[in-house]
Ligand binder design. Structure first.
Ligand SMILES: [Cu+2]
Length: 117
């Protein structure tokens, strides 16, 4: 009779474990769109014109075209940059090609380069 008890305990443990994992995974999501964690090297590049550069705070204002990986239509907005050094060699008025992700609720530029006419 009492040999069923360990089996039941094990079954309970196994059925709980997947739930714990699933909840942990969901925690990273904030709102819609993709998380910022994966596949940054496969981001589709978007085009933009530089409107403003703030090197001290690592921010750049871009009038950008559609950003496919973020489901974002063309608009003018402020991005953070992953690394302030990325802003060297970029000037206001430049046409640029860039990639960006949403990371912890912020839009972050992962790469940016001037488009030469
Ligand atoms: Cu935007």
């Amino acid at each position: 009779m009492n040999k069923t008890t360990p089996a039941l305990a094990l079954a309970a443990l196994l059925s709980l474990a997947p739930h714990a994992f699933a909840q942990g995974m969901d925690h990273g999501k904030t709102g819609s769109g993709h998380g910022g964690m994966m596949a940054t090297q496969n981001l589709p590049p978007a085009e933009a014109e530089v409107r403003r550069i703030d090197k001290d705070s690592g921010k750049i204002t871009l009038r950008h075209g559609a950003i496919k990986n973020m489901d974002m239509p063309p608009m003018t907005m402020v991005f953070s940059v992953r690394d302030k050094a990325m802003l060297d060699g970029i000037a206001v008025g430049d046409k640029v090609e860039f990639t960006a992700v949403q990371d912890k609720g912020q839009m972050v530029v992962e790469s940016i380069k001037p488009l030469k006419p």
